[in-house]
Write a protein that binds this ligand. Structure first.
Ligand code: PBG
Length: 350
């Protein structure tokens, strides 16, 4: 493989100046003709935070331009704008009024996400794909993604097997509300299998699973945790999320999730893990791959844009093209709402 590539490269070099790449860069038409990477509105998934105890949208300080939405017409108008500008899909995150040790609001059939799914599916029917994140961290008072077991020596563990049962329960209540896709993000082992079995048993074999397969223990989730009030009160998530030093381990996580029934797999974050996106796509080209441009990646770009240090449209498009070029089929991004309005500028800006 390596040998063939180097022979091919050398033959190009020997042929200089017959090979002149600049010929295909001389004007915008020719650049567009040979462009390898495209972005379509269908590629994007817009994250939406819905909060239980508010009536007006609340700006999220660390995510300029993003809001926590109340479950009322404000949300409806916002989603209506999304749909009319071409966004086909949203992923929901809930901020409940009540939190407890077991995250019981997550699997309450009248919980904030269950009600939001019903509301959106009633209003938009087949015009919108409704996805919902399945995790406990927004619903537990301690902020961990699962059930915390205290050990006699004062330490604690986030218990895998009791947690995945609660994920399965949550997914079934989302399915009952009409969700199209559930997205388990807690990084517990066996979570996809537990959810798939529970959905099938309850008669929801058509509900798809988008698995957060290679989700890293990243500092770039900071703004999200502020937005969703979901930062752990003690400890951190390193005992369940992946170590940023590992790339190949992502293949094990992805393989397991596919084997357990994941329909779409995910790498998260995106811009800092382009190598992982490439690795996963090369090894599992047949499975749709999503990448999550996370809150910290959005905040980082936004901060520079707001300071006038980066050009918004060029920088945002370049970041999204990079994620697609690396191999992602779908991109979850807080820019989804705006970027679909200027996708046609790709052909002028590049
Ligand atoms: C829930 C979840 C998180 C994100 C998506 N789902 C937070 C976390 O794992 O701490 C982060 C998304 C973002 O930063 O934009 N587990």
């Amino acid at each position: 493989m390596v040998v063939t590539e180097s022979i091919r490269l050398r033959s190009y070099l020997f042929n200089y100046p017959v090979t002149r790449p600049r010929r295909l860069r001389s004007n915008v038409l020719i650049r567009n003709m040979v462009a390898e990477t495209m972005l379509r509105p269908d590629d994007f998934i817009m994250p939406i935070f819905v909060r239980e105890d508010i009536n007006e949208p609340e700006p999220i300080k660390s995510l300029p331009g993003q809001y926590r939405w109340p479950l009322n017409d404000e949300l409806l108008n916002f989603v209506d704008q999304l749909v009319s500008s071409g966004v086909r899909s949203v992923i929901l995150f809930g901020i409940p009024e009540h939190k407890d040790e077991w995250g019981s609001s997550a699997y309450d059939e009248h919980g904030i996400i269950q009600r939001t799914i019903r509301f959106l599916k009633d209003s938009f029917e087949d015009k919108l794909i409704v996805m919902a994140d399945v995790c406990l961290c927004e619903y537990t008072d301690h902020g961990h993604c699962g059930i915390v077991k205290r050990l006699p020596d004062g330490k604690y563990v986030v218990d895998n097997d009791s947690t995945i049962e609660l994920y399965a329960k949550t997914a079934v209540t989302y399915a009952e509300a009409g969700v199209d896709v559930v997205a388990p993000s807690g990084m517990m082992d066996g979570q996809v299998k537990a959810i798939r079995e529970a959905l099938d048993r309850a008669g929801f074999s058509d509900v798809a699973i988008m698995a957060y397969s290679a989700k890293y223990a990243s500092s770039f989730y900071g703004p999200f945790r502020e937005a969703a009030a979901s930062a752990p009160k003690f400890g951190d998530r390193r005992s369940y999320q992946m170590d940023p030093r590992n790339a190949h381990e992502a293949l094990k996580e992805v393989a397991m999730d596919i084997n357990e029934g994941a329909d779409i797999v995910m790498v998260k974050p995106a811009m800092l893990y382009l190598d992982v996106i490439r690795l996963v796509k090369q090894n599992f080209p047949e499975v749709p791959l999503a990448a999550y441009q996370v809150s910290g990646e959005y905040a980082m770009l936004k901060a520079a844009i707001m300071n006038g240090w980066l050009d918004e449209r060029k920088a945002v498009l370049e970041s999204l093209i990079a994620i697609r070029r690396a191999g992602a089929d779908l991109i979850i991004t807080y820019f989804a709402k705006d970027v679909v309005n200027y996708l046609d500028e790709i052909e002028k800006l590049f």
